[in-house]
Design a protein around this ligand. Structure first.
Ligand SMILES: *Cc1c(COP(=O)(O)O)cnc(C)c1O
Length: 389
């Protein structure tokens, strides 16, 4: 074999995801896994049954249409009108994907040229870095700094160069729980218009904004409709993360571009599940309100436990994650802390430090998920109390 490394240089440094590493540690040690964000109970029974029905009736068992089944595209369009007063043509402005993950990949592969710069919040969801790299583009982080984790809009302005092609947003933001305010989004939108930038927004936690925080898609702001690709997914909203039904929404020329890339990634996916999610999106408001109230309660349950154990807790406004700081324990390396946490307490968490380019910015931050059953959260909180003694 010649000496050339097998992994191409674009993927350098993208080894194994932290979730695989920490979930393996959870399995090996029998620890409670508050690392990876997936619920430990399935979503609504009637939606599960809708999938079974579709499968039995032979709907979606063969390749569904490339853009997604018409029923689901119509339901996505109606959902955007119902919650955000946004109108989308289901035939040309909606594209069904294999989860938000594929929507992100297809969008970035379609819209970026090698050498383009993409400004993204850090800490960032790990697939952003990978997809920007696969597109041959350059990631330019805008650091959300503790304790507020708000974006510094002057810093954003200073990072825009003639090579900047795209702003990649995520709100509600994983892992910090920041929900962008109308003022922040309005300022970001004005910069995008002024510099003629595309905006891609990951809104998978759209139904998990708590307290006074309100999620508003940036596509509703002036000048944004024609330059924004909005991405969401059924996984988080309906607690069916394994179904991998997601979607991209944008003006027709943008969707046509994204579809070009998407058709050579998976082509299509999740046939029968698409029928079920079409029903899920039409669930009454009570479902969405109940889901949010339940998760807010779980946030407080875990948050109280983490505070009692001695963590410095950053109260999240959204998502199903809590970012904490381990400095009160006299520790400062989140990665080392997470490596030993299973043996010290029987709990697995994720070091936020791996989601930063700036290693100092997130060095002492540890993320816990609260999308678990109450007794699991209580048991984890009890175990973490060992840190306090
Ligand atoms: C979970 C998650 C995704 C992936 O969504 P899928 O629909 O499972 O592909 C994308 N973005 C963020 C911020 C997430 O937390």
């Amino acid at each position: 074999m010649n000496a050339r490394p097998l992994l191409n240089r674009r993927l350098d440094g993208l080894g194994t995801t932290i979730f695989a590493e920490m979930s393996a540690l959870a399995t090996a040690t029998g620890a409670i896994n508050l690392g990876q964000g997936f619920p430990d109970t399935d979503g609504p029974e009637e939606i599960r049954e809708a999938a079974v029905r579709a499968l039995r009736e032979g709907r979606g068992n063969q390749y569904p249409p490339g853009p997604g089944i018409p029923e689901l595209r119509a339901a996505i369009s109606d959902h955007q009108r119902r919650f955000y007063d946004l109108s989308l043509d289901p035939d040309t402005e909606v594209l069904v994907t294999a989860g938000a993950t594929e929507a992100i990949a297809a969008t970035l592969l379609a819209l970026l040229e090698p050498g383009d710069e993409v400004i993204a919040f850090e800490p960032f969801y790990d697939s952003y870095a990978a997809c920007i790299a696969m597109a041959g583009a350059k990631r330019v982080p805008l650091t959300l700094r503790a304790p507020s984790f708000r974006p510094d809009l002057d810093e954003l302005r200073s990072k825009i160069t003639p090579r900047t092609r795209l702003l990649l947003l995520n709100t509600p933001h994983n892992p910090t729980g920041t929900v962008l305010t109308a003022e922040e989004q309005s300022a970001i939108a004005a910069l995008a218009v002024e510099h003629d930038l595309l905006v891609v927004t990951d809104e998978v936690y759209e139904h998990l904004a708590f307290d006074d925080a309100v999620h508003v898609p940036i596509a509703t702001f002036p000048g944004m409709r024609e330059r924004t690709v909005s991405i969401s997914s059924a996984g988080k909203t309906f607690s069916f993360t394994g179904w991998k039904v997601g979607w991209a929404m944008a003006a027709a020329p943008l969707i046509a571009a994204v579809r070009t890339a998407k058709q050579y990634l998976t082509y299509v996916s999740a046939g029968p599940f698409q029928y079920a999610i079409a029903e899920a999106l039409r669930l009454p408001d009570a479902y969405f309100d109940g889901f949010r109230a339940d998760l807010r309660r779980k946030r407080d349950l875990l948050g109280d436990g983490l505070r009692a154990a001695g963590f410095d807790v950053h109260q999240p406004q959204g998502t199903y994650f809590i970012t904490t700081d381990i400095t009160p324990f006299g520790e400062k390396d989140a990665y080392a802390f997470c490596r030993t946490l299973p043996e010290r307490c029987g709990v697995v968490a994720i070091p936020n430090s791996v989601f930063y380019d700036d290693p100092e910015a997130g060095r002492s931050q540890v993320r816990f998920t609260f999308c678990k059953q109450d007794d699991v959260l209580q048991e984890a909180a009890g175990r973490l109390l060992r840190l306090a003694s």
